[in-house]
Write a protein that binds this ligand. Structure first.
Ligand code: G3H
Ligand code: 13P
Ligand code: ZN
Length: 334
């Protein structure tokens, strides 16, 4: 049975993105796989009155089941209201959809936004597949994110050793032909907690920490110039907070040289046409760091609630920090 996202109290990204581009801030797109993550995201969004995008990846669907995740997102709207957020602005988004069939099934199932990631295909095939998804999704007012350019690292099952920056000369033609609502671009970000090799970085002489190379803001600028006001998306935007890496390593983890995108670069991006910033790894790190610490300090604990509670609190703290201090989306969904 088909269900519209509107019946579930969800919203699509159209108005949200238009406001964000105009207002010089970005909407957080947080991935979720489990209840504690979802609770933390909704509590953070409700407290800060920030619009929020809940993302479901292929990995999340394999882990938790797409049906269950959709009902959880539906429940999240009611939970947000219970927390006193009168008009929650929550998007349920398919992250890195890899086929027309999958995108269609999400549209039919109540998602308010889908990504078709055909960025690994030749240009013409990317256009063709994206256009097909847009044709279907727009019938139901579901918005579509597409991607041009390839991020280094693993994009679900699409992997590439090197990144291929988005070519600014292609974006006008792509958007015109596909009619996509937003465009994910490649300017040097990548997925996961190891975004750069130590060889690509320099070292801070004072702390000895790795300092990553800057993002290609010149490419972003050139794209903005070609598509004034068009919503741009940044994947792979976790900062890999060193305090979480240190906490993991202190309590038995092994995450040597994990490094992410410095927050000041994301702040700069959020002020531009970048209006959706994807964060997953930072939530994984916050959760794992808190669980490791709790179990190391309380070896007799075996009730998952005992260690998942501090994990949830740590994730919530991290989400609020992103919203308020990096993306600037607080107070934009009153
Ligand atoms: O785009 C990548 C996201 O971090 C999702 O990763 O497929 O392991 O859930 P996942
Ligand atoms: P991170 O791995 O940097 O959190 O990126 C997540 C992402 O882009 C999800 O699509
Ligand atoms: Zn991604």
């Amino acid at each position: 049975m088909k269900v519209s996202f509107k019946e579930l109290g969800l919203v699509n990204t159209r108005e949200m993105f238009a406001k964000a581009v105009k207002g010089g801030y970005a909407i957080p797109a947080f991935n979720f796989n489990n209840m504690e993550q979802l609770q933390a995201i909704i509590q953070a969004a409700a407290e800060t009155k920030s619009p929020v995008i809940l993302q479901v990846s292929k990995g999340a669907r394999n882990y938790a089941n797409q049906t269950l995740l959709r009902y959880m997102a539906q429940g999240a709207v009611e939970y947000a209201k219970e927390l006193g957020w009168k008009k929650p602005q929550i998007v349920l988004h398919l992250d890195h959809g890899d086929s027309y069939e999958l995108c269609k099934s999400c549209v039919d199932f109540g998602f308010s936004s889908v990504m078709i990631d055909a960025s690994s295909l030749p240009y013409d095939e990317n256009v063709k597949l994206t256009r097909k998804v847009v044709n279907y999704a727009h019938k139901y007012d579901v918005t579509v994110e597409a991607e041009l350019g390839v991020l280094a690292g693993v994009e679900d099952e699409v992997s590439s050793a090197v990144s291929h920056y988005t070519k600014p000369e292609e974006v006008i033609d792509f958007v015109k032909k596909t009619k996509c609502d937003s465009l994910a671009i490649s300017i040097g970000t990548s997925h996961g907690a190891y975004k750069f090799t130590p060889e690509q970085c320099t070292r801070d002489p004072q702390t000895g920490r790795l300092v990553p190379p800057p993002l290609a803001f010149d490419v972003l600028k050139a794209i903005e110039k070609k598509l004034p006001g068009f919503p741009i998306v940044l994947h792979g935007s976790s900062s890999v907070p060193q305090e979480y890496v240190d906490m993991c390593n202190k309590y038995g983890g092994q995450l040597p040289n994990a490094v992410g995108i410095p927050e000041e670069q994301l702040r700069k991006a959020a002020k531009s046409a970048v209006c959706k910033i994807n964060i997953d790894s930072d939530s994984r790190l916050a959760m794992t760091a808190a669980v490791r610490k709790h179990l190391a300090e309380n070896p007799s604990h075996f009730d998952p609630r005992q260690y998942l509670k501090p994990a949830r609190e740590e994730m919530k703290k991290m989400y609020i920090h992103k919203i308020v201090n990096v993306l600037g989306s607080n107070g934009k969904a009153r």
